[in-house]
Design a protein around this ligand. Structure first.
Ligand SMILES: Cc1cc2nc3c(=O)[nH]c(=O)nc-3n(C[C@H](O)[C@H](O)[C@H](O)COP(=O)(O)OP(=O)(O)OC[C@H]3O[C@@H](n4cnc5c(N)ncnc54)[C@H](O)[C@@H]3O)c2cc1C
Length: 402
């Protein structure tokens, strides 16, 4: 792998259209396979019916895991256990890409489930401690607390005594995880979720950051810049960190729940918290990225995006500020199975790159897989970004053979 720390050469090396580097770790056969899968995912009707069918088959407890595992699961997930995910992690590591390991189970509601998730997270941390290619684990707090409880806390409603006790048990789970992460030198991404539970998540993230980000970016809170109030939140986060003397660590994302946010706002009759246009979201994202990169040292930032312009902007701002691409307080992250042209070309040019890799039983990660297929379907009859890149590389390799 090229190790480019010299800033002038950085510009030359960073080429997102270089599919040779983007897919260097994929065999011709693997690429052909991805081509087939993305071609199928590109069809909206197929994705719509396939998603319904998969949900139904799983609800009916039909034995479809094998089929899912051999197809879509392989594209987007590491394996059912951490051990099974190990070869993927190693392969990414060989290209200079670190793994953000995520136990991809969602939508649980019982105390036993939360304890189980906390147990898996602790196990993930143990594994990460032994493996230098993993330096972050990811968690959704809705996997450690009851959703309605997070909602009640966020709305400021007074809790009953039983609810207060329940909330304290959740806080203890999160604290246990963050403390273990700090002791192992591992980071914890706290994902951003629906706005109606986010206040509770943010408050807890700030408290954990105060406790564990004294020296390193251990607790990394996600900020969704599709929300109208998040630039202010970013400023407030830095102010809070300054006041309490810790490193403000954030993961910038645009946000994944736009339709639900808008639908709920309309249904309950409050103004949508989401920017009215995509352009406004892009503007807020750029401003957020510039803000974080201007306060490095007080801040750590992970630019978590599949948007090529956002990756280019990161490189440009860093260059203008004279920051080396591999600055320890800056990273970019993409999901496993997507946007390899960004991840592999950024890593090749010396930037810190992370891939978010879910693992877990097939049945449990189906909601995640459905979101990925929906994201990769054709919009307005256009071929998806991923499919174009895969075909370009297949064509390049075929012409070399011929
Ligand atoms: C590593 C990683 C971690 C992530 N973690 C989280 C997380 O913790 N929480 C979370 O919510 N999401 C998370 N996401 C998902 C992320 O929020 C986006 O949904 C996804 O990455 C697509 O955004 P993009 O930056 O790639 O940009 P693009 O593909 O350029 O933009 C698409 C995004 O723009 C916004 N948008 C689209 N249309 C409009 C419109 N009409 N008006 C206003 N805004 C619009 C939406 O947010 C949409 O997702 C993560 C993504 C990655 C890569």
């Amino acid at each position: 792998m090229a190790n480019i720390t010299n800033i002038t050469s950085m510009k030359k090396a960073l080429d997102f259209n270089n599919t040779e580097i983007a897919f260097a770790d994929k065999s011709y056969r693997e690429l052909r396979w991805s081509n087939l899968l993305y071609t199928l995912m590109n069809r909206p009707a197929l994705v719509r019916w396939g998603s319904r069918l998969a949900n139904w088959a799983l609800r009916m407890k039909l034995p479809v895991e094998g089929l899912v595992k051999r197809t879509i699961y392989r594209q987007f997930c590491g394996g059912e256990t951490i051990d099974e995910a190990r070869p993927v992690i190693q392969k990414l590591g060989q290209s200079g890409i670190k793994t953000i390991l995520d136990y991809g189970v969602e939508g649980k509601e019982s105390e036993a489930d939360f304890e189980r998730t906390a147990h898996y997270l602790a196990q993930t941390l143990e594994f990460a401690r032994e493996d230098e290619d993993i330096h972050i684990i990811s968690t959704k707090l809705s996997g450690l607390f009851r959703f309605n409880l997070l909602m009640k806390v966020s709305s400021g409603t007074t809790l009953t005594e039983a609810e207060r006790a329940e909330f304290s048990r959740g806080v203890a789970r999160v604290s246990r995880i963050c403390r273990a992460a700090a002791e192992s030198g591992i980071g914890v991404h706290i994902d951003a979720e629906h706005s109606w539970i986010q206040t509770a998540i943010d408050e807890l993230a700030w408290e954990m950051s105060r406790l564990y980000n004294q020296e390193n970016p251990v607790v990394i809170n996600a900020v969704q810049l599709y929300r109208k109030d998040r630039l202010k939140f970013l400023h407030d986060s830095l102010e809070h960190a300054r006041k309490h003397g810790y490193l403000c660590a954030v993961k910038l994302v645009r946000g994944a729940y736009m339709e639900k946010e808008r639908a709920r706002a309309e249904e309950l009759g409050y103004p949508s918290p989401i920017h009215d246009t995509l352009e406004e979201t892009h503007r807020a994202y750029n401003e957020g990225l510039e803000f974080c990169l201007s306060h490095l040292g007080e801040m750590y930032v992970c630019n978590a995006t599949h948007n090529e312009e956002s990756c280019r902007l990161q490189a440009e701002i860093m260059e203008a500020k004279g920051l080396a691409p591999g600055h320890p307080l800056v990273a970019t992250a993409q999901l496993y199975g997507m946007s390899d042209n960004l991840s592999f070309n950024m890593a090749y040019a010396g930037f810190n790159v992370e891939k978010y890799l879910p693992y877990g039983p097939v049945r449990e990660v189906v909601p995640y897989l459905i979101r990925r297929t929906q994201e990769n379907t054709s919009v307005g009859g256009q071929m998806s970004r991923e499919l174009k890149l895969i075909r370009k590389e297949l064509k390049r390799r075929s012409s070399q053979k011929g």
